[in-house]
Design a binder for this molecule. Structure first.
Ligand code: URA
Length: 221
């Protein structure tokens, strides 16, 4: 089952605007991704299980509060290289997270067919996943969803998690349709977090209006 949460907070939308701007420098672009990772992480915490607890303050008074039970169950899988700064932001929230990586690349030379790319996976390292795990897939630009779909299929071969969350900056309706089908087929609960849903993918597989090539803008071309 697929759920979609678009983060319309003005703070997030203002950072996205900076990222979209072609004049934004490499370092400011990276910083923006880190900031948005933190925002997405905060939203994701709402999906985690909490329990009530009691603490004593320095005044010797007991007061009730909460503990986020699932915080230790988070496994972040980063699709390199563009999502690296996004994960840096997520880790500010999920400071105990286990981490894995997937090095995947769309085979652009073969072109896009029916809004689908062949995806070449060069390297996968995924920590142990248990039925209690909360898996966060960190993937900045989800244009056709081909890479995210492939990444989810890789991840589930390492064990079944309780929930799967996708952290993205821009996604498209085409990708949402693909990921909805994938979540049904794989029998997983997937929640997509994104700062925008852009309408189009051009014939080179870039999101329009988008923000260009996120990897190149963050790390150089
Ligand atoms: N990857 C990017 O970096 N940008 C896009 O628009 C699509 C995929």
């Amino acid at each position: 089952m697929l759920k979609v949460k678009v983060i319309d907070h003005p703070y997030a939308q203002a950072i996205l605007t900076v990222l979209r701007d072609r004049r934004t420098s490499q370092i400011e672009f990276r910083k923006g991704l880190v900031r948005l990772g933190r925002v997405l992480g905060l939203e994701m915490v709402k999906e985690l299980e909490v329990e009530e607890c009691e603490v004593e303050t320095p005044l010797g008074v007991k007061t009730r509060g909460i503990r986020v039970k699932d915080l230790d169950q988070v496994v972040i899988i980063t699709v390199l290289r563009a999502a690296w700064p996004l994960t840096e932001g997520l880790v500010k929230i999920f400071f105990n997270a286990k981490q894995g990586v997937i090095v995947a690349k769309r085979v652009e030379e073969k072109g896009m067919r029916n809004y689908e790319f062949e995806v070449d996976v060069a390297y996968v390292k995924i920590p142990t996943i248990t039925p209690e795990s909360i898996v966060i897939l960190s993937d900045v630009m989800v244009a056709t969803g081909s890479t995210a779909d492939r990444a989810l299929r890789e991840i589930i071969t390492h064990g079944r998690a309780k929930k799967y969350l996708l952290a993205s900056i821009i996604i498209t309706p085409i990708a949402l349709t693909r990921l909805s089908k994938a979540s049904e087929e794989l029998g997983i609960n997937l929640t997509v977090y994104s700062v925008a849903v852009d309408p189009e993918v051009n014939n080179r597989g870039y999101i329009v209006p988008g923000l260009g090539d996120a990897g190149d803008r963050a790390f150089g071309s």
